[in-house]
Design a protein around this ligand. Structure first.
Ligand SMILES: [Zn+2]
Length: 155
């Protein structure tokens, strides 16, 4: 249920494990063992986590930007992408800059010619660049930052 939020948080540099089909008991065990914060939209699971002294966050926002702002407020997560700490949205590993010339045969000609900066996931090999979709990402982050300001004023 929180796949999109997971991808956002990873891009922002947060170490996030995601499991769609895991049993509640397993989620609680992993959170406890790896000292992770459990993010969930399931109120019952949230309460179970708190009962076991696991840091948990009950995600309520209806849009991706709202969810992000709520989390940013609670855990002071900067809503800016810093590629030096950014993680692969797909697999959670760190991405590293790749020299432009090394991608000549890998990315499409247009992309290769238009962009100079590329990053590659150290684990799954996925290549990233700040392409046309980047404007959308920046816009969403801007919206999230505005919501965050509002949330801060309200509390
Ligand atoms: Zn990856």
């Amino acid at each position: 249920m929180l796949g999109k939020l997971t991808r956002w948080l990873r891009m922002l540099g947060q170490d996030v494990e995601y499991s769609k089909n895991a049993e509640d008991t397993d989620l609680l065990a992993v959170a406890e063992k790896e000292n992770r914060i459990l993010l969930t939209r399931d109120f019952e699971l949230y309460q179970r986590a708190l009962g076991k002294n696991i840091d948990a966050f009950y995600v309520q926002g209806s849009t991706g930007e709202e969810k992000l702002a709520e989390l940013a407020k609670r855990y002071s997560i900067p809503l800016e992408i810093d590629m030096s700490i950014s993680r692969c949205p797909k697999c959670n590993s760190l991405v590293k800059p790749v020299p432009h010339e090394r991608l000549k045969e890998t990315v499409e000609k247009n992309t290769f010619e238009h962009y100079n900066e590329f990053w590659q996931c150290s684990k799954c090999g996925q290549i990233y660049w700040q392409g046309a979709h980047w404007t959308k990402i920046e816009k969403s982050l801007e919206t999230a930052r505005k919501i965050l300001e509002r949330l801060k004023k309200e509390s």
